[in-house]
Write a protein that binds this ligand. Structure first.
Ligand code: HMG
Ligand code: MG
Length: 304
């Protein structure tokens, strides 16, 4: 096996946030909280719970306070939330997140569509958020959206990723997610994008965030592992998509990533059966099957 491949991987389940943000019909705060509980019981140590964005833009996340308040927190688990500006941060801080996430884009057009400002303006907005969070002892992560392609601009060069990563580093963002927002990346391109982020961040502080629109996300995960990346975001039951990236599907399913990693002898600390139960729980509420081959195959086997 490639000697860079890590022996342990840390997964951040972003299902409650990235997954559910795109659901048209309302999901109650109780169901979201219950999903978070099931994820922590399955062994997830990091969970992206919600976002503090405009409820006009993303109605599904309007219950952020209720969801955060409903969680029976466990020691050793980090609960993260998205904050695009100071208004979002000031709302979020009341709910004591362990980490906040500012989300920028490697492409100008997506920055405009997603957060209504240019890349430069986004950094100006993030800077006081990062400063306030760090002063309050809250960790800060930065998403590098459209690192592998943009729904409006098409190809995105690795230089754009390096540029954004440098800006994030400059304002004090502690770690970054190389995000394939629309799931168009392929393995070697993913490696180039990760190397671009590594120009500014240490290996421990770079994670992979792969949507699975074109079915490349597991291959892309393996490509990132080959570079030694050991932090990834994934979404239980493969939930989701971004409201501002038409046609893009959810993140790679956590169940599929865990199955692959365990099969490779890589530790995650996650109980796959309990994770599949968590995915079945939320999929049941959404009246559909989990978007995970591993989950569906396992549930079929159990049923038979
Ligand atoms: P804006 O319209 O430019 O903001 O929106 P504004 O400052 O001009 O304010 C306009 C209105 O929004 C005002 O309300 C503000 O109070 C309100 P009004 O007076 O009209 O009633 N407002 C807010 N309300 C709640 N929370 C806030 C907030 N800020 C302003 N924080 C803004 C700018 C960023 C708020 C808006 O564009 C927005 O909410 N966008 C949604 C972005 C989003 O959630 N996208 C999905 C998540 S990102 C993602 O999924 C990608 C990721 O997974 C990585 C990847 O895959 O690439 C992370
Ligand atoms: Mg995403």
């Amino acid at each position: 096996m490639n000697s860079n491949i890590p022996s342990r991987v840390r997964l951040i389940d972003v299902g409650p946030r990235d997954g559910l943000q795109n659901e048209k019909s309302p999901v109650s705060a109780e169901v979201k909280t219950s999903l978070v509980h099931r994820l922590q019981d399955a062994g997830l140590k990091e969970i992206e719970v919600t976002s503090y964005v405009s409820p006009k833009w993303v109605p599904q996340m309007a219950d952020n306070h209720a969801v955060m308040a409903g969680i029976a927190r466990q020691a050793g688990i980090a609960y993260s939330v998205l904050t695009p500006n100071l208004k979002g941060y000031e709302a979020a801080v009341l709910d004591r997140p362990d980490e906040i996430v500012v989300f920028g884009s490697a492409s100008e057009a997506f920055s405009q569509r997603n957060i209504n400002c240019s890349i430069a303006e986004s950094i100006e907005r993030f800077a006081p958020v990062v400063e306030a969070a760090r002063a309050a002892g809250i960790r800060v992560r930065g998403a590098l959206s459209c690192a592998l392609g943009c729904p409006y601009e098409g190809e995105v060069a690795p230089e754009r990723v390096a540029y954004l990563a440098g800006l994030m580093k400059g304002i004090g963002v502690q770690r970054v997610d190389v995000a394939d927002t629309i799931g168009v990346g392929t393995p070697r391109k993913v490696q180039r994008a990760i190397e671009a982020a590594l120009a500014h961040y240490a290996l421990d502080d770079v994670s992979g965030h792969f949507h699975d629109t074109y079915g490349q996300a597991l291959s892309n995960t393996l490509a990132a592992l080959e570079l030694g990346v050991w932090n990834f975001q994934s979404s239980v039951a493969g939930l989701g998509g971004c409201p501002y990236a038409k046609g893009a599907t959810g993140n790679v399913a956590t169940e599929d990533v865990v199955y692959m990693l365990h099969g490779m002898g890589i530790e995650t600390g996650i109980d796959l059966d309990q994770l599949i139960d968590a995915g079945a729980y939320i999929s049941g509420h959404l009246n559909r099957k989990p978007n995970s081959r591993v989950a569906v195959a396992t549930l079929n086997k159990r049923g038979g």
